[in-house]
Design a protein around this ligand. Structure first.
Ligand code: SAH
Ligand code: SF4
Ligand code: F3S
Length: 449
């Protein structure tokens, strides 16, 4: 063993997945996970820039590392991820104790940079991003697929984003949209399933536009779902996040007909007002979004629907906000991630006149209260239904209870059966009894396998 490493991760599932890859690279060099930051030989900060808060947290941790690095100058500190991609110079200036900065498409450079940092202490950065739009990209770094055993695994199928919503920093941090080769995805999932994975979540910023500009020719997202569903032993397929405009009938039919594809869609709305959608450069309307929801609910009754919403985008009037609120009350999502708009330097919306923070905060509270009531009601309406639950083990909060998710992606808690430990990872039938904001409490009926 060469020493230990510690990776601090902020941001989305894509970042969590990248951190796992970074860990695998470090393990290959002979490093092992450390129990804490204090004693680690290599510390990586995998950062997020989507809002100001995660950026502040990363700079604050960098500050905390100053005395540590003074005490142990041999410690290697690397900053990776989305903030590293766009703020390398600022990081170097504000945190001169950082050894290297690595962008989102350069993870495979980390082992070399760590070795270099141990030998000569000289600031290094690796920030190259594929720049071409619409070209066949063949230089996507191969993922390390020799992964840990996991019941549920994330699998990136697409990197970057070409949508350029006016509030969003992701196209700058992740670069142009590029899809992974279908064969590579199938091989990775096959290997995961052989090691015990039963559910995969396919990751991409606009995941349903997967399959353009592949060397093998176009592979529609729905076709990828069908091909994955042929992998024996894979019980559930999820994906996040689809983009509303590209949500076509072939995908709706696949959700309806393909047994492994879960009856849940996370479909980001962002705003329910057409002027705001246009200002955000989201190329769909309230009407077309409603139409997709109607089609989904007609094809798959009881389908779980969740969303993302931003309040307080520049210029959002009280009436426009209320239209979003009314639309949320009309659609009745099962759950929503709701955010206060955070200006991201370098994006078009950041240059517009901003709303006062208290106004944004008040809107968030109103929207969240409305959504909480809906989530709670929908979960309560499950009472009496028999849910298929993929059992994940004991609930961390109450060890007498078991936890898992239903096919429409509700969290389900139930009194743990005696043979829970032997059967964890299997499907169970659970009768829903009570609903809460967080999910459903029920009674275990039987194992389904
Ligand atoms: N590609 C995904 C979203 C990625 S970012 C999609 O288009 O759906 C995840 C969520 O963060 C977004 O859906 C949006 O609701 C929120 N978000 C992005 N930029 C933001 C900003 N500047 N301020 C507040 N929320 C933001
Ligand atoms: Fe950002 Fe829009 Fe791309 Fe999503 S689709 S990552 S919100 S630019
Ligand atoms: Fe994810 Fe944050 Fe980057 S949400 S894509 S880690 S900016």
């Amino acid at each position: 063993m060469r020493g230990t490493y510690f990776i601090q991760t902020w941001g989305c599932q894509m970042n969590e997945e990248d951190s796992e890859q970074m860990g695998l690279y470090l393990e290959q060099l002979g490093f092992r996970p450390s129990s804490g930051l204090e004693e680690a030989h290599v510390v990586l900060l995998n950062t997020c820039s989507v809002r100001k808060k995660p950026e502040d947290k990363a700079f604050s941790l960098l500050g905390e590392l100053v005395p540590l690095k003074r005490r142990r100058p041999e410690m290697v500190i690397g900053v990776c991820g989305c903030m590293a991609q766009i703020r390398a110079d600022e990081i170097k200036q504000r945190a001169p104790h950082v050894d290297f900065v690595v962008g989102t498409a350069q993870i495979s450079e980390i082992p070399g940079l760590v070795e270099e940092a141990f030998q000569k202490r000289k600031f290094a950065k690796r920030l190259a991003l594929p720049e071409r739009k619409g070209a066949v990209v063949t230089d996507i770094p191969q993922r390390k697929v020799d992964r840990q055993t996991k019941l549920k695994a994330f699998v990136p199928i697409q990197y970057g984003c070409d949508k350029f919503c006016t509030y969003c920093i992701v196209p700058a941090t992740r670069g142009r949209e590029r899809s992974r080769a279908t064969q590579d995805i199938l091989a990775e999932v096959q290997m995961l399933v052989e090691r015990g994975t039963r559910e995969v979540t396919l990751l991409g910023q606009t995941v349903n536009s997967y399959g353009k500009n592949l060397a093998e020719g176009r592979v529609p997202f729905s076709q990828l779902l069908w091909r994955l569903s042929e992998i024996e032993g894979l019980r559930r397929i999820r994906y996040t996040s689809p983009y509303p405009r590209d949500f076509k009938s072939d995908l709706i039919e696949t959700i309806r007909d393909c047994p492994a594809v879960m009856e849940h869609v996370h479909l980001p709305l962002q705003s329910g007002n057409n002027e705001m959608l246009q200002a955000m450069k989201r190329v769909y309307t309230q009407e077309s979004f409603r139409e997709i929801v109607h089609q989904l609910r007609a094809a798959v009754p009881g389908i779980g629907l969740t969303t993302d919403i931003i309040v307080g985008f520049p210029g959002e009037s009280e009436e426009q906000f209320e239209e979003t609120l009314a639309f949320v009350e009309e659609i009745e999502f099962d759950g929503a991630y709701m955010f206060i708009y955070s200006p991201r330097p370098g994006t078009p919306a950041a240059d517009l006149p901003q709303l006062p923070y208290p106004v944004k905060q008040a809107r968030l509270s109103r929207l969240a209260a409305a959504q909480d009531e809906i989530s709670c009601r929908h979960n309560s309406e499950q009472a009496g239904k028999i849910l298929e639950v993929l059992v994940e083990g004991r609930s961390p909060k109450d060890r007498t209870m078991a936890k898992g998710y239903s096919r429409d992606f509700r969290m389900v808690h139930f009194l743990a059966p005696d043979d829970l430990e032997d059967r964890t990872g299997r499907l169970a039938a659970v009768r829903a009894e009570r609903g809460f904001r967080w999910g459903v409490q029920g009674q275990f009926l039987d194992w389904l396998e």
